[in-house]
Design a protein around this ligand. Structure first.
Ligand code: ATP
Length: 247
């Protein structure tokens, strides 16, 4: 694995139409940091991850240090599980960056995919069609693909949603393993207790950034109250970016 670079955000705004979903965000993810991204529904958390992954373009401002380093686990609801493909082949997609889409996967690659399946508790699932997996098994499968991708920066969008305690604990252990290996890990999460217990850093987002740093300070009661107020304001009606209008 490459060492992760620092990821720097400078006055980053990402919009849909004229509506900003991430608003004037500045800060840095240190190499090897483990950060939870927290905030109300519609706060721009998924948009931020997608922008870090290069899937969405900033309207203004900059992202530096993320290009080519990132593996993204999208929100489960965003994925189509109906395609007819076996578990081992889905995990092998994780090697595309290395092997190229049209080059043959080597025997070593298949062995790595098998080992990744075993590591997430899916030994023996190689030939199973993806569509036959339970929600928890499918999430384990996506973690196996991340293992194969071997990226210095790992982005997880609500990775523990709808999982039983055992599956969540196993996948959380994988997150800590990645952190221990020096990767930068950024996870969108709604469970504040889990965040406070397991994540040293947090970014509280409500389109604007309300706190970013050591978790306890970033998620202070005052910051969380402010996040709720902002969510109520955008639920009440669409707003445009005042700062940009004033500029
Ligand atoms: N493709 C899109 N087109 C238009 N608007 C979008 C699109 N994707 C997201 N949005 C809007 O951008 C805002 C932020 O959405 P985003 O999914 O980033 O929030 P989130 O914090 O991840 O929310 P949740 O916790 O509900 O998953 C929301 O108002 C959403 O409706």
């Amino acid at each position: 694995m490459m060492r992760p670079a620092e990821i720097r955000l400078t006055d980053l705004t990402v919009s849909y139409g004229r509506r900003p979903a991430v608003h004037h965000l500045s800060g840095r993810f240190a190499p090897g940091s483990l950060t939870a991204v927290v905030g109300p529904n519609g706060a721009g958390k998924s948009t931020l991850l997608r922008t870090l992954a290069g899937l969405q373009q900033p309207e203004s401002g900059r992202v530096e240090g993320a290009a080519g380093q990132v593996a993204l686990l999208p929100q489960a609801v965003a994925l189509d599980r109906a395609f007819p493909i076996a578990c081992l082949d889905l995990v092998l997609f994780g090697l595309w960056g290395e092997s190229g889409a049209f080059r043959a996967v080597t025997r070593a690659g298949r062995e790595r995919a098998r080992a990744a399946l075993a590591a997430v508790g899916l030994g023996g699932f190689e030939a199973r069609p993806v569509g036959s997996l339970s929600t928890g098994q499918f999430q384990r499968l996506l973690f196996a693909r991340l293992l194969l991708q071997d990226a210095p920066v790992i982005l997880l969008d609500e990775p523990f949603n709808a999982l039983d305690a055992r599956t969540a604990a196993d996948l959380l252990a994988m997150v800590h393993r990645w952190h221990g290996e020096g990767r930068t890990v950024i996870a969108v999460l709604h469970d504040l207790e889990l965040v406070q217990r397991e994540f040293p850093e947090a970014l509280l987002l409500a389109r604007d950034c309300l706190g970013w740093g050591p978790t306890e300070a970033a998620l202070s009661a005052a910051n969380r109250l402010q996040a709720r107020r902002m969510a109520e304001a955008w639920m009440a009606g669409p707003e445009l970016c005042q700062r940009r209008d004033a500029a």
